[in-house]
Ligand binder design. Structure first.
Ligand code: 4HQ
Length: 251
């Protein structure tokens, strides 16, 4: 899968050379090409922005420079052009999975006050936001998108991680433990040391449901629970009803 990024700050994207995404790039599983919009300025001082018509603070990225940068990319494979903006639909895991099926994405990053509307209308297929807060530019959102989408490209995650993720689809994660067996008088849950993998899987599924019920009950309504899941949820609800009795009867 190929990502083309149009930005005035190419150095931001050095971050993608790290860790899992860095390895995916090295292994040729994904390709990330960064284009500096400034390289397409025809101005002798490499000017890319100008004052807004109608007045006001800030600068606006000029349409012709953005258009020329876009036109210099390979458009033969019908790429989808995404503009990162708080005006877009909010990115979620369903959108991430949908985007991971594309061959080629072009990510346009605005900075300053924004980009001239005419070039946006001309080249952008869809606007995507990473959440309701204001950033200084679209570079971090573009990297969030590249990171989240790349995880669904074949070979980027280990087979184990992909399988485990489908096991807990739509739920929050279960709690994890490693050595030592006892830390600050807290023991690792017995079942995890038992070696009984059927019981371990059942326990993990229930704790994932518990985490979701306690922290993000909105997510629970969006997924289909099996009969065994529903039983676990009822147990969790009962456990929640009873937890305060030891506090009432202390002394
Ligand atoms: N910006 N999700 C303003 C964002 C943003 C977001 C990107 C700031 C675009 C011009 N983008 N520029 N939140 O705040 O995607």
């Amino acid at each position: 899968m190929k990502f083309d990024v149009l930005t005035l700050f190419p150095e931001y994207f050095e971050v993608l050379k790290q860790s899992i995404i860095g390895r995916a790039i090295k292994n040729g599983l994904i390709e990330v090409n960064i284009t500096n919009i400034r390289d397409f300025s025809k101005d002798k001082h490499s000017k890319v922005d100008d004052a807004p018509y109608g007045g006001g603070a800030g600068m606006v990225l000029m349409p012709n420079v953005v258009y020329d940068a876009y036109k210099a990319l390979d458009g033969n494979d019908n790429p989808r052009v995404i503009y990162l903006s708080p005006q877009g639909k909010q990115l979620n895991q369903n959108k991430v999975i949908e985007l991971s099926k594309e061959k080629h994405l072009i990510l346009l990053c605005g900075h300053y006050e924004g980009i001239d509307q005419r070039v946006l209308d001309e080249i952008v297929d869809e606007e995507i936001s990473i959440g309701d807060y204001v950033l200084t530019g679209g570079e971090l959102p573009a990297m969030v998108l590249i990171d989240s989408v790349s995880r669904y490209v074949e070979g980027v995650l280990s087979d184990d991680s992909s399988k485990e993720e489908s096991f807990s689809e739509g739920l929050l994660e279960y709690p994890q433990y490693t050595r030592p067996e006892e830390f600050l008088s807290k023991k690792v849950p017995e079942v995890l040391i038992s070696g009984n993998h059927s019981n371990i899987n059942k326990w993990r599924r229930k704790e994932a449901i518990r985490n979701t019920f306690l922290k993000r009950p909105d997510l629970l309504k969006k997924i289909e629970l099996s009969e065994e899941d529903k039983k676990a949820l009822k147990e969790i609800e009962n456990e929640c009803q009873n937890w305060f009795w030891p506090l009432i009867f202390r002394n």
